[in-house]
Design a protein around this ligand. Structure first.
Ligand code: DP6
Length: 337
């Protein structure tokens, strides 16, 4: 039996979003239709322990201490399919025991798949005796979940779309380390319910039916250029503009799908408008939201108290998480409970 390898990987928030996959024969490689740029977050993370055990008859997967839910077997299948990729790379057939825990609610738009597959990529490859580079880990993590390719790195990160059919040029890289620009992020949780339509399903529906999807694709490279430049020059106004635009453009393309996808509730919209009001009053803050009802406020580190005060006063905001910029995936001592 291999030694258990425990890893921590942090969640990330996309400033320029990934939504939609490349079509064609290489669908199983999970290749995004667009590149994306994100910030890795220190306070939201997954810890994962992996051990390959010859006595096992199938992969075992335990998520947190909660009793198994109806989605547990689906989760195990997705993890097992990912472990098959690691077994292929390592040339082994042994099954694995995977223990994992998120320190935040799963499946509610807080990107558990990003930190989850980044942690699994590092823990499983090391437990299998492999020593992959960060680029190789990013390529592997992407096959579990596109956003996971970014959580291999800390700070500001770009995932390249790439052009090759085998996905070898579709990986993430660090644009700037955590210390470059100490921004903060406040997550306003407006619902802890599991979302009804997963990102994966939502992307497919948008690609197949939204008349706005082609415009999303063609206008995207420009957003990446703007965000790259704003991060390099630490220009908060430009970052705000591109971040809110990319977020609303993504949601607009989903809302125009058939059947339409509306991940927001009333508090989501109120929080977005309150953040814009705060910015007009001179506070450096902007919003983004993924495929869920939570609103994420990105702000200068010294504006965090004002942002929290504004968000906590909104009816329907249940909880706030405060984050700074986080580090890349790395070894840990134990699976946090
Ligand atoms: C809205 O990475 O969860 O959060 O590759 O199908 O697993 P899969 O999708 P996933 O999608 C993330 C979508 C997003 C935007 C983003 O993080 O860039």
């Amino acid at each position: 039996m291999s030694e258990e390898v425990v890893v921590v990987a942090h969640s990330n928030i996309a400033l320029v979003k990934y939504w939609g996959k490349r079509e064609g024969k290489s669908r199983h490689l999970n290749l995004p239709a667009v590149g994306s740029i994100s910030m890795t977050l220190d306070a939201l993370f997954t810890t994962t322990g992996v051990v390959f055990d010859p006595d096992l008859r199938r992969d075992e997967f335990v998520l947190g201490a909660a009793p198994a839910t109806s989605s547990a077997s689906k989760d195990r299948e997705r993890v097992s399919a990912f472990l098959d990729l690691v077994r292929d790379l390592a040339g082994i057939e042994t099954f694995a025991r995977v223990r994992t825990n998120n320190n935040f609610p799963t499946g509610a738009g807080l990107a558990s798949s990003a930190s989850g597959f980044a942690a699994l990529a590092l823990a499983a490859t090391e437990a299998a005796g492999l020593d992959l580079s960060q680029k190789e880990l990013s390529i592997l993590a992407r096959q579990g979940s596109g956003s996971a390719a970014r959580s291999i790195y800390g700070g500001f990160v770009e995932l390249f779309r790439g052009d090759l059919a085998d996905g070898t040029d579709c990986y993430a890289t660090q644009l700037a380390p955590e210390s470059h620009w100490p921004l903060a992020l406040v997550v306003a949780v407006t619902s802890s319910e599991k979302k009804h339509v997963s990102s994966r399903e939502g992307m497919e529906r948008t690609t197949d039916t939204s008349p706005y999807y082609p415009a999303w694709i063609t206008s995207h490279p420009n957003d990446l250029d703007d965000a790259r430049r704003a991060i390099e020059t630490k220009d908060f106004d430009s970052l705000s503009e591109v971040t809110e635009s990319s977020c609303l453009k993504m949601h607009a393309s989903m809302m125009a799908a058939r059947p339409p996808l509306l991940y927001w509730n009333g508090a989501t919209t109120t929080a977005m408008q309150e953040i814009q009001r705060l910015r007009r009053s001179g506070v450096p803050v902007c919003f983004t939201a993924d495929a869920g009802p939570q609103v994420k406020a990105i702000c200068a580190a010294d504006a965090i108290e004002k942002v929290e005060k504004t968000l906590s006063a909104i009816h329907g905001v249940h909880r706030l998480f405060r984050c700074g910029l986080g580090s890349g995936a790395h070894r840990a001592t134990d699976v946090a409970s």
